[in-house]
Design a binder for this molecule. Structure first.
Ligand code: GN1
Ligand code: MG
Length: 360
């Protein structure tokens, strides 16, 4: 169905002026719809990835309603500091087309921008504070009421056994030969993948309500003040480990190169960015985190980067069916980029731990 027809089904204010594709997400398709009275973000939910859009949208409404109350209780501006999803004219949480496409919409946060990379450690540190605050605001959210939109999302050993290994069987010989070193990189780190799941099973790491997709471009910044306004992309808000959120931010934002940079010499972990993020994050979430969690912050960057690289490699071996790609080998480029970053993090883990310890 045409996007101009889709938007007619939402309870938007004013007349449609323009609608255009927008954003750099790897999963959902995103459009901006300009109306005379307001600007909206309209997204097609990727139902191959999010198999239960009813549950997904229940989560999103529940979390944003809850955040609105917390923000108001703390004297904040709930119009800007959390997303406002718009129901359909029929009062549904999302619009389903006759051929089964699922679309949802929210109000574009006025005068805000998001960044695919941070020009300064300071800016990156602000995103750390935003995700730390997000964690803190959801600390008392009734986790049991949330649906698990993607089960085992950051269960790295589970992904190894149930996604990566099967992809080796699915791939043809030429692909396996091409990826031999990459496959070896992953398999040789199999035991590293279990650190958090083992700690979690023993009760040493608590389950919390977490964002689970804490890329820098999932934070909106105020265009004028440069301060963080709100956290977006709430599709994977689920019970998880705080460490997954921390690690994913570092993976994406503290790398000296973009996630799909093919010149691996450009890829490394910037310790100044790491420090800035850790300071920002702990300034907000520090009191809620246990010392056992703080102790694993540096390692979380390695684990999530390894996991993400493995996911890109898995998708490449499967014929690129999960992540959006612009060219045939992009997932392999992304995987190798992540593995280079893992290597660099491994060489800097001691320093990273010292940084975390030095933050009061
Ligand atoms: C996907 O949707 P987007 O681009 O924010 C993915 C994340 C990965 C990320 C890698 C639901 O996030 O888990 O870390 O790509 N989201 C999902 O860039 O799989
Ligand atoms: Mg996302």
């Amino acid at each position: 169905m045409d996007i101009r027809e889709i938007v007619k089904n939402f309870d938007f204010d004013g007349e449609l002026l323009d609608v255009r594709e927008f954003g750099s997400g790897h999963i959902n398709r995103t459009f901006i719809a300009e109306y005379t009275d307001n600007r909206y973000v309209v997204q097609k939910i990727n139902t191959t990835v999010f198999k239960n859009p009813d549950e997904l949208m229940q989560n999103v409404f529940a979390v944003t309603d809850y955040l609105r109350e917390v923000i108001e209780a703390n004297g904040g501006d709930s119009e800007r500091e959390t997303l406002h999803f718009i129901k359909t004219l029929d009062g549904d949480n999302y619009f389903k087309t006759p051929d089964g496409e699922c679309w949802r919409a929210y109000v574009f946060v006025k005068d805000s921008v998001c960044y695919d990379s941070a020009d300064t450690p300071e800016l990156f540190g602000k995103s750390g504070a935003a995700f730390g605050r997000f964690q803190k605001m959801l600390a008392d959210f009734p986790a049991k009421t949330l649906h698990e939109t993607i089960p085992n999302f950051h269960n790295t050993p589970w992904r190894f056994e149930n996604e990566f290994l099967p992809s080796l069987f699915a791939a043809d010989d030429a692909l396996l030969t091409e990826c031999e070193d990459d496959i070896e990189f992953v398999t040789s780190r199999r035991s590293d993948m279990e650190v958090f799941t083992v700690l979690q099973e023993s009760g040493a790491l608590p389950l919390r309500v977490t964002h689970n997709d804490t890329k820098l471009n999932n934070v909106m910044f105020d265009k004028k003040t440069g301060e963080c306004v709100c956290v977006i992309d709430l599709d994977t808000v689920m019970p998880g480990l705080a460490l997954y959120d921390f690690g994913d931010s570092i993976r994406f934002g503290a790398s000296t190169a973009a996630e799909d940079e093919s010149n691996l010499e450009k890829v490394s972990l910037d310790l100044d960015y790491f420090r800035a993020y850790a300071e920002g994050y702990l300034s907000e979430a520090g009191e809620t985190l246990s010392y056992r969690e703080k102790k694993q912050l540096a390692y979380s960057a390695k684990l999530i980067t390894l996991e993400c690289g493995m996911r890109f490699l898995t998708d490449y071996l499967n014929g690129n069916i999960y992540f959006k790609t612009d060219y045939g080998k992009q997932n392999l480029v992304r995987a190798r980029n992540q593995f280079k970053l893992v290597l660099d993090i491994e060489s800097k883990l001691d320093e990273m731990n010292k940084i975390v310890m030095s933050i009061k």
